[in-house]
Design a binder for this molecule. Structure first.
Ligand SMILES: [Fe+2]
Length: 297
């Protein structure tokens, strides 16, 4: 068996608004289809085209909205289906999902992370409700739903101990993910399902597509987002990691849930540029679609 590889690493945020705007048949609410959140929609289209041109076997996603109290969990049941309802935006996201899990690869990641001293657990409940972050990011990155997924929960070390200790765990979990992929012989696409800055408005306009209500919450948030995106474009991911504790605190970043650091850990902390496909706000939060395709591509 030849060595497996990560063929693409993606920052793939999960605003349910983007699924709502695209009107896929699985989502019950209907938008006007007039093209709200266009910059992010266009960014995801570019990512979809890039992934469509790749040969890959599995999508591996780290999601903030499956929050686990003790350790890092992975889906450990071969198939899930049901209706996913966003608890904050049930008016925008009621999505019928039907997905398959690569349980073998999930178990291998679990074992590799345990060897690094992390607290890990396989989730075996067949009635488990798959979180909407997973469903939204997977759908936006690859709406065909023709690949198995591996889904990793968000542990609580950042909040229970410190940003610094949480970051160390996420780097180790990323390294374990890469090791398991290489052993598997499979070709994997990684999705870090997270916004950048994450201070958001607390009330909604009557029309969720009304563009006059869509802008960054404040200038501090956009300054951080521009700074982080600049470092991504320059291939300075180690600097992003060095500044991550401040980014988390000062921009209320959803990266606190660990997805971006996990991705960087899995990619060996890229020193080559990420391609920024799009940036835009959703209810005041900063979101970017970015792909790291490796230094040779
Ligand atoms: Fe979120």
């Amino acid at each position: 068996m030849s060595k497996g590889e990560i063929v693409s690493g993606c920052l793939a945020p999960h605003p349910p608004h983007l699924v709502y705007a695209a009107n896929p048949p699985q989502n019950e609410p209907r938008s006007s289809g007039a093209g709200a959140w266009q910059a992010l929609h266009d960014g995801y289209q570019k990512l979809q085209q890039s992934l469509d041109a790749k040969d890959f076997d599995v999508l591996i996603i780290h999601t903030p909205h499956w929050k686990t109290r003790v350790g890092h969990h992975l889906l450990g049941v071969p198939q899930f289906s049901g209706l996913s309802v966003d608890p904050i935006f049930p008016n925008l996201f009621r999505f019928s999902f039907d997905l398959e899990v690569d349980v073998d690869l999930a178990e291998s990641i679990c074992a590799a992370a345990e060897q690094r001293g992390l607290e890990m657990h396989m989730m075996r409940n067949p009635d488990f409700r798959v979180d909407y972050g997973t469903i939204t990011s997977c759908h936006l990155a690859h709406p065909q739903w023709d690949k198995k997924i591996v889904c990793i929960s968000s542990g609580s070390t950042h909040s229970d101990y410190s940003n610094e200790s949480g970051e160390l765990e996420m780097l180790a979990l990323g390294e374990a993910t890469r090791e398991a992929v290489e052993k598997s012989g499979k070709r994997a696409v990684l999705l870090a399902s997270t916004s950048l800055s994450h201070r958001h408005f607390t009330s909604e306009p009557a029309d969720p597509e009304d563009p006059q209500y869509e802008h960054i919450y404040n200038a501090n948030q956009s300054a951080w987002d521009e700074h982080v995106l600049g470092l991504m474009r320059e291939g300075k991911c180690q600097q992003i990691l060095d500044e991550m504790p401040d980014f988390i605190e000062q921009a209320i970043s959803e990266c606190r849930e660990g997805a971006l650091t996990w991705l960087f850990g899995a990619l060996g902390v890229p020193d080559y540029p990420g391609e920024v496909y799009g940036y835009g706000t959703v209810i005041g939060t900063g979101n970017a679609v970015v792909e790291w395709r490796g230094p040779k591509q």
